[in-house]
Structure formats: structure tokens, C-alpha cells
Design a protein around this ligand. Structure first.
Ligand SMILES: [Zn+2]
Length: 284
């Protein structure tokens, strides 16, 4: 879902040339979901002859096909489909998230173009409200937060962020959590899927002080916890994690699968949990 990473840019778009590197199936799914919206055609395109992809201005009024003007090669014909460009539609993304998480209650635009209330869901005893946030790490993020009383007044909000997470501590106050879509969402059979149960396990552990007593991670959430830890540590490998926890790779794998040999509460399981839950390394 590279589109999610791209969408953190203020004026993001995806051009046809680039979209050819995506799987056709994924692009069609995105278009069918309405998440990928066609925008105005490109005004500049890369010259297909120049090795460095020099951009040339598009001319539509010289003959039946569009042409670009390249300084090195002059006027060159280009295939019309190369002009197509798309952008992530946040409103449609919000609708897809609401469906994927089976949210109920009202949905509304809180701050046009930036904050959408998607609905709510009961999480244990707490009714949690979901907000889709665009540009949570942009320089104006504090003004954005302060100008949205609907959001700051929410007792247990989850901020759904396309990729970048909040960098200001105000967004991470007690009771607030952020869900990074690029990490927890994927497309399956043309539908947006979000691994919310696994996210909730990790999130409760991080947010709730009562859980700080290092409860063993449920086996179903271990693979996700491990993945999240690796991705938060610059793409660390399973070997790195085992070394930092001071266990063999095979022990780490047994712990992940909940197999005998690395029992919960034992020294090796404890070192793994210390590392993955609290980032405490036994060995440097
Ligand atoms: Zn050229």
C-alpha cells in the first residue's frame, strides 16, 4: 500500500507510469473501492528515450495524439493513457475503513480535508471513536488538534493515520491511540482489511498502565507484535531480535508459536517480552 505512504505528502498524486509498477489487480481494487480517484491529466511526462527520464511539456494541439517536447529529442508522441493521474480519496478511504472495522454511529467531516469521524466500536468496556487524520505529522498538527473540539473531547479516540504517526506528545495523551494503516491494513479480494484485533492487543499493552505488569502476549498476537517491533526498529531481522533478547532464534520462534520449550513466565519468554513490549535489551 505504497499509496498510503505517498498520501502523507500535501499534494500527492500517482501517475500512470508509476502505477504500472503496481499489480493490475491492486490498482483495479483501489479504483473499484473508489479510494483511488482520477484527477486532472499530467502536464509534464518523462521522455521515454532519455535515460534519466527528463520531463517534457505535454502538447495536446499538435496532431491526434498527445506529444511531449524533449530538449534532446524534440517532439515525441506519447500514448494517451500515460497522461492519467490519480489521488487517494480520503472520504472514500474513510468509508472503506468504517466498513472494514464494522463501525457504528455517526460519521462526519470534523475538519474538511484533514479530520473525519468514522464511527465507533465497543472495545471491551470502552466505546472507542475512530478518526481518520490526514497530515498528523505536518507542521500545523498542533493547531489542527486544538481546532477540533469534537476530537479532543473524545474520551477514547483512535487516530487512523495513513502512514506517518503523530510526532507531538499531545496526540498521544492517555486514552488516545494511533493506528498506522500502512502497517495494519491490506487489500484482500478487493476489500480493505484491517488487522484490528492484533493492533488492539499491542495498543492496550502500550496505553494502559495497569497492563504494564508485563502480561504475556497472547499467542495470536505474537507474530504481529514481532513484525511491529522489527518495523519500528528500522527493519530489524528475527536474528537481531533474538540476539537483543539473548535467546536462540529457535526459541524466539517457539515463543511466537506458543510451543512448549519456551513457557510463559520462564526466563527466555520474559526476556523476549521485555524486549518486544518495553524495548529493554538484555544484550546490546
Ligand atoms: Zn528525450
Amino acid at each position: 500500500m505504497k499509496l498510503l505512504i505517498r498520501s502523507d505528502l500535501r499534494d500527492h498524486h500517482v501517475g500512470y507510469d508509476e502505477s504500472r509498477y503496481w499489480r493490475t489487480r491492486d490498482r483495479n481494487w483501489l479504483l473499484n473501492l473508489g479510494i483511488l480517484r482520477r484527477i486532472e491529466d499530467a502536464e509534464y511526462l518523462a521522455c521515454e528515450v532519455c535515460a534519466d527520464g527528463t520531463l517534457g511539456e505535454v502538447h495536446l494541439d499538435i496532431g491526434p495524439e498527445p506529444r511531449i517536447y524533449c530538449e534532446a529529442h524534440g517532439l515525441m508522441r506519447v500514448r494517451p493513457e500515460r497522461l492519467q493521474r490519480w489521488r487517494l480519496d480520503f472520504g472514500a478511504l474513510g468509508t472503506a475503513i468504517r466498513g472494514a472495522l464494522k463501525l457504528t454511529g455517526n460519521s462526519e467531516v470534523v475538519t474538511p480535508g484533514r479530520i473525519w469521524l468514522l464511527g465507533r466500536q465497543q472495545l471491551g468496556k470502552t466505546p472507542v471513536e475512530f478518526f481518520l487524520i490526514r497530515g498528523v505529522a505536518w507542521s500545523d498538527n498542533l493547531e489542527l488538534l486544538m481546532s477540533a473540539p469534537r476530537l479532543t473531547g473524545s474520551r477514547a479516540p483512535i487516530f487512523v493515520c495513513p502512514d506517518q504517526l503523530p510526532t507531538s506528545p499531545e496526540w498521544a495523551r492517555a486514552g488516545r491511540a494511533s493506528l498506522r494503516l500502512s502497517e495494519w491494513a491490506h487489500l484482500e479480494q478487493g476489500q480493505l482489511q484491517i488487522e484490528f484485533d492484533a493492533f488492539a492487543e499491542v495498543c492496550v499493552r502500550e496505553e494502559d498502565p495497569a497492563e504494564r505488569a508485563l502480561t504475556p502476549t497472547p499467542v495470536v498476537a505474537r507474530a504481529a507484535l514481532l513484525r511491529k517491533f522489527c518495523s519500528n526498529h528500522g527493519g530489524a531481522t528475527v536474528g537481531d531480535v533474538a540476539a537483543w533478547a539473548g535467546v536462540d532464534r529457535s526459541d524466539l520462534n517457539k515463543w511466537k508459536l506458543g510451543k512448549e520449550g519456551v513457557p510463559d513466565g520462564g526466563a527466555r519468554a520474559h526476556r523476549i517480552e521485555q524486549l518486544l513490549q518495553r524495548d529493554i535489551r538484555v544484550r546490546g
